[in-house]
Design a protein around this ligand. Structure first.
Ligand code: PLP
Length: 221
């Protein structure tokens, strides 16, 4: 395994302000520890049970990012420790995170997932819905969640122009909100295949799995 080298290579090719999240879903603890030893502290997981198990077994200074689709009834399992929830796609889910955060005496950082891809299957708010939510004042009611930005996934296509256009649209949306009282300055987009384009289009947080850990053997969902 060349996990350490992969981490160092990616780090040296991205600006300092960009957070590299090593997406470790389906990968064993040994692989995560190898990345950790290369100084990697931010890891991303998609499945609640897997994340809870890994949290229990691995060093406590790891920042665990939940990047999958989150069901309201599972929030309670990750609320005690999760560092950032990327895929908030409804007010109902955000309210549940708030409730569970309160129980744990925490404020949980969250990103609103925006649907930027052409495919119907990807989760998230469309821009209009998201704007309505931001203007509604609902977020200010939730004392135990801190919405700090947006997450997006580009279409699953090799058409770079299309991918760039989708990232660009999310960046433009975020820039149009600068007058908002809340600093929504985190932009989580870009994966193994498109992180370079993502950074050119304003990403501040990239979620990279296969080019660090190798291809995944199985893929749920
Ligand atoms: C799996 C996954 C990634 C990482 O994908 P790679 O192509 O392996 O880099 C990033 N974001 C989300 C939401 C994922 O589910």
């Amino acid at each position: 395994m060349a996990i350490k080298e992969n981490i160092l290579n990616i780090r040296s090719s991205i600006p300092d302000y960009v957070t590299l999240i090593a997406v470790s879903k389906t990968k064993p603890n040994e692989a995560i520890l190898e990345a950790y030893e290369a100084g990697q502290k931010d890891f991303g997981e998609n499945y609640v049970q897997e994340l809870v198990d890994k949290y229990g077994q691995l060093p406590k200074d790891i920042h665990w990012h939940y990047i999958g689709h989150l069901q309201s009834n599972k929030v309670k399992f990750i609320a005690p420790f999760v560092h950032l929830i990327h895929g908030i796609d409804s007010l109902k889910l955000l309210q549940q995170v708030n409730k569970q955060a309160q129980k744990n005496n925490r404020v949980i950082n969250c990103l609103l997932q925006i649907h930027i891809a052409q495919e119907e299957t990807k989760f998230g708010f469309d821009l209009k819905e998201c704007l309505e939510l931001l203007k509604s004042g609902e977020l200010q009611q939730l004392a135990n969640v801190n919405v700090i930005g947006f997450m997006g996934m580009a279409s699953n296509t090799s058409d770079e122009t299309q991918i760039r256009k989708e990232f660009h649209a999310l960046n433009e949306f975020q820039k149009s909100l600068v007058t908002n009282k809340h600093p929504l300055n985190v932009l989580s987009f870009g994966m193994s295949s498109d992180y370079k384009i993502a950074i050119e289009e304003g990403s501040t947080m990239i979620r990279v799995g296969s080019i660090i850990f190798g291809e995944r053997e199985y893929r749920k969902q």
